[in-house]
Design a protein around this ligand. Sequence first.
Ligand SMILES: [Zn+2]
Length: 226
Amino acid sequence: MKRISYFLILFFLFFNAASSFADIFYANGDGKKKQIALTFDDGPGINTSEILMILKEKNIKATFFISGFSAVGNKEKIKQIFDSGNELANHTYSHVNFFKYDKDDIEDKMKSEIIKNEKLIYEITGYKTKLLRIPNGFSRPPAKKVAKELGYVLVNWSFGCDWNTKLTQEQMYESYKKNIKAGAIFLMHDKIRSKKLSAFLPQLIDDIKKDGYELVTVSELLDLKQ
Ligand SMILES: [Zn+2]
């Protein structure tokens, strides 16, 4: 009996140690299901309404990583995203580039950026965000630590290129197409002025569906509890 409890304790300790690092950071799903998640960053922005229309037409849901400062004078767009059944996620309030942030208070700064954004989204929708993407995909240890402390899951992406102004619309479309695979998380933006993305997005969604993939939110892709 003693022996069994000893093993149980060991198992429990090991499991706890492992789980304190697991389930905090993802750049893709495990690929077991034929699913792909589209994510739109930095908005709400100039292309949010058009993208929402495309998603509605194609009868799919996506995840929007909101940066609160984009919503100044534009708060109803956040409500619109939420009311249309798409997922809201936290991209910090003022989009600080933490790769260039060299002060000692990086964790506190990150926390205040996340909480300010979380509060704004909650005030508008009553929804508390649970997914976090730090600007520029910053995922170094302070980001993971802060995400864990605030109860967030940190989510980057498996592929994205819509911010690359050197690419033509066709090149962008082909690049996304090449990266279609189970568990993919595509990074896109609804605040970029360019109309390239919204021009090829309907076709890309059709291609993804035609290959037998389901388009889902990040929470669904990662099988996170709602
Ligand atoms: Zn961003």
